[in-house]
Design a protein around this ligand. Structure first.
Ligand SMILES: [Zn+2]
Length: 326
């Protein structure tokens, strides 16, 4: 029997791995002075758009999409286009017997994106890679950061807390659901780094959760989100995006504003009923979970459950609660 990571509840179902993990060694050299970073500039002026995969090492869908776009030789019609495979060390440690263990190496690469951490004394392999990539990010006018989720859930755009993030998610047009949120207490995400979170600065980022980590459909969501993002900025033509994807789908998007974060405080956290991502609990005051002796109840009517965990762990986020906004 394969050994499970200590924090994985025994017998919990690990979703099937339906996609192949590409060998990224051919991209290691890069062409911009940083390993696994490829930059291409057009003669025509335009914004610098960065497409990042593998912020989390086991979130392979973005790597599959970027590997394909690099392989096909996609180049910008205007401006500059940069592809980044971020936490390749974590990716390289993937073990199908412990598929959740390769999210990061030492610490979460997506909780270190504040000046006090990046400029501070802390050392870790993930932080070293963030410091190596920081000048690349500093040159970006726009960033799409490709992620996926532990548990099955419809794809989500995480727009951050600023109006420009929501406007960008709507301009890109996919995925259907947009989450307006301020991130995590544990540390700043790349999508909220510096100027991306400054309402007075036009530079903007979008994080896309493309589905469950290893589900067959996730790489297609990553590819579609990326190509629509590039077309929005004129990096590629809309006709090129349509030629690759078929005519643009225009789902009526729905935005969810996060109102509460439920953080697990005990070793006895349990939801009161089976939950799933984007489930709506109709009545305020409904018992949602118990956490030791604490009861967690829904704070308002039509409460949307954003990414509820199936692997509760003290100190981590159990679920974010939100409501649909116009
Ligand atoms: Zn992620």
């Amino acid at each position: 029997m394969p050994r499970r990571a200590a924090d994985e509840p025994r017998g919990s179902c690990v979703p099937p791995i339906e996609v192949a993990f590409p060998d990224l060694a051919r991209w290691e050299a890069g062409n911009a002075g940083v390993p696994y970073v490829w930059t291409f500039a057009s003669r025509a002026a335009g914004p610098h758009v960065v497409v990042q995969a593998l912020t989390h090492g086991n979130e392979v869908c973005g790597a599959i999409a970027v590997d394909r776009l690099l392989d096909e030789g996609v180049r910008p019609a205007r401006g500059t286009l940069t592809f980044v495979f971020a936490n390749v060390a974590a990716y390289g440690s993937f073990d199908p017997a412990e598929p959740f263990a390769s999210r990061c190496v030492d610490e979460d690469f997506n909780r270190v994106w504040s000046a006090d951490v990046l400029d501070g004394p802390r050392e870790s392999r993930d932080l070293a890679r963030a410091r190596e990539l920081r000048p690349v990010i500093d040159r970006a006018d726009a960033l799409i950061d490709l992620h996926s989720m532990t548990d099955p859930c419809p794809p989500l755009a995480l727009a951050g807390a600023r109006a420009k993030g929501l406007a960008l998610a709507r301009a890109v047009g996919v995925p259907e659901h947009i989450v307006v949120d301020a991130g995590h207490a544990a540390g700043r995400r790349l999508r909220d780094y510096a100027f991306f979170d400054d309402p007075a600065d036009p530079r903007a980022a979008l994080l896309v959760e493309c589905g469950q980590h290893w589900e067959r459909a996730a790489p297609g969501v990553a590819l579609e989100s990326t190509l629509r993002f590039l077309a929005h900025f004129g990096t590629i033509g809309r006709a090129e995006a349509d030629a690759r994807l078929g005519p643009a789908r225009t789902p009526a998007q729905r935005a969810i504003a996060v109102t509460d974060v439920v953080t697990i405080a005990s070793d006895r956290f349990a939801f009161a009923f089976p939950v799933h991502g984007l489930m709506v609990v109709e009545k305020a005051g409904t018992l949602l979970a118990t956490d030791g002796d604490r009861e967690v109840r829904t704070p308002h009517d039509d409460c949307v459950l954003v990414m509820p965990t199936r692997r509760p762990k003290s100190g981590e986020t159990a679920v974010r609660l939100g409501q649909f906004v116009p």
